[in-house]
Design a protein around this ligand. Structure first.
Ligand SMILES: Cc1cc2nc3c(=O)[nH]c(=O)nc-3n(C[C@H](O)[C@H](O)[C@H](O)COP(=O)(O)OP(=O)(O)OC[C@H]3O[C@@H](n4cnc5c(N)ncnc54)[C@H](O)[C@@H]3O)c2cc1C
Length: 426
């Protein structure tokens, strides 16, 4: 295969992965990004603290897990040491009272087994209901009817275990509430996280909490790597148009042999439709996706938490499922990040409810910044048909929404980007 001129449109984690892999394969890559910083939905965001200092926070609080094999390997490729930039903890789903699940640092599946047997606040019958269900999932090869929801899949698990483990895990991984979330995708995540191998022999379920802003965890280093390896970087340059050309595609009038669209689904659909490409099924699939929001409420003045991440009790007026102590993650002391996944509330109402959640725990905190990403991820519903990677000859899509085994996550985005680069050939 000869060296192709490749345009990658979008420098989120998918586009960056595609650009790095295509450059490694010897192609002449130009990366075009509309925003002034790379990273897309997982990027750094400067925020002014009450003392006037600027802190780099994130567009949304993120968690990675040990099973993110491709993401962690790619971080190493571009020169990031995951051990230095991420705090690794065995999976803990404990609330502020210490109830819930905590896995010991043992190999899988013994860590999960010991964690379930030792879970605080669960009766033996409740633990047994989960073990029985998990044994059934394992016997079935972690597969189920594609039409089944997570609530349907776990109907025989005790309500307390569903509330304190299944529901938070489901919303954290799929960003879709259990009654609407795909049981099939949930099982795949459980298989890889609880029973799979992690990076460098880590547990697949290990939580990896960024101790730097997300920009430094991958996007900035990826751009530096690309520049050093001869790729063209055009950051702050929104692509307006795509046109079929005699041998390839024109991107805003500039000729390329192949194009990888790494923008969110709606923008990829706009560019594809305007180009006149014969891609009606792809467009229909891209436009059929529904989306879920995620809100991150940053507050200051919080206490040092017993763990860097705690699960929270949720309810109609208590939207945040998790709180992170950024003071233990490289940030200033007292900075907490509350995360409300799959929340449909408006910003002001949500912030007020989260502050009330904090007050109910006895924490008197000041709001710093609330970020609501209305289209944070696609809704990962049962039987979902996602658009494929191939759009038209020489035109590929990548991104967390593209067909693949994972829900909308960093690992899903990175795998999709690597997949697009592989399609270019070497
Ligand atoms: C608040 C929040 C919390 C999350 N938490 C987690 C988590 O804990 N763990 C996890 O694994 N995942 C999490 N996710 C999901 C994760 O962030 C996404 O799956 C991932 O970042 C998607 O990457 P992407 O490259 O597919 O898309 P994007 O990040 O959306 O990147 C697309 C890029 O294309 C650019 N672009 C758009 N139009 C154009 C154009 N015309 N020309 C040039 N560039 C263009 C955009 O500016 C953007 O940079 C979270 C997401 C959000 C929003």
């Amino acid at each position: 295969m000869s060296r192709l001129r490749v345009a990658v449109v979008g420098a989120g984690w998918a586009g960056l992965a595609a650009a790095v892999a295509a450059t490694q394969d010897g192609h002449a890559v130009t990366l075009l990004e509309a925003a002034r910083t790379p990273g897309g939905r997982a990027r750094a965001l400067p925020v002014t603290l009450p003392d006037g200092e600027t802190a780099l926070l994130d567009n949304g609080q993120h968690i990675l897990v040990g099973a993110y094999l491709e993401t962690l390997a790619l971080m190493e490729t571009v020169g990031v040491d995951p051990d230095a930039s991420l705090l690794r903890l065995p999976l803990v789903l404990r609330d502020a009272h210490g109830d819930g699940l905590a896995l010991p640092a043992w190999p899988a599946p013994w860590d999960a087994l010991a964690g379930i047997l030792g879970a605080r606040g669960w009766s033996w019958a409740e633990r047994w209901s989960l073990l029985r269900a998990a044994a059934g999932w394992q016997r079935a090869g972690f597969r189920c009817d594609p039409g089944l929801s997570v609530a349907g899949l776990t109907r025989d698990v005790s309500p307390r275990v569903r509330e304190s483990m299944i529901d938070p895990l489901c919303v954290a991984a799929l960003n879709t509430p259990a009654d609407r979330a795909s049981g099939e995708v949930f099982l795949r995540v459980l298989r890889d996280a609880l029973f799979g191998r992690g990076h460098r022999g880590w547990g697949g379920s290990n939580l990896l909490l960024p101790r730097q802003d997300l920009g430094s965890v991958f996007p900035h280093e990826a751009c530096a790597w690309l520049a050093a390896h001869g790729a063209g970087l055009r950051i702050g340059r929104r692509v307006q148009s795509l046109r079929p050309a005699a041998a390839g595609w024109d991107v805003d009038g500039e000729p390329f042999d192949a194009v990888v669209l790494a923008t969110p689904a709606a923008e990829a659909a706009r560019l594809v439709e305007d180009s006149g490409a014969a891609a009606a099924p792809w467009l229909a699939a891209a436009r059929s996706l529904a989306f879920e929001a995620i809100a991150t409420v940053y507050v200051i003045g919080g206490p040092k938490l017993p763990l860097p991440m705690l699960a929270l009790r949720t309810g109609p007026d208590a939207p945040a499922q998790f709180v992170f102590d950024r003071g233990q993650l490289g940030g200033p002391p007292g900075l907490l990040a509350f995360v409300a996944s799959a929340s449909a509330r408006e910003k002001e109402a949500l912030q007020a409810q989260v502050l009330a959640q904090a007050a109910a725990l006895g924490w008197s905190v000041q709001p710093l910044q609330t970020i609501v990403e209305k289209r944070a991820t696609f809704a990962c519903v049962p039987g979902l048909r996602r658009p494929p990677q191939a759009i038209a000859p020489g035109l590929w899509a990548c991104g967390d929404y593209v067909e693949g085994p994972y829900p909308a996550t960093l690992e899903g985005a990175v795998r999709s980007g690597l997949g697009a680069a592989r399609r270019l050939g070497r």
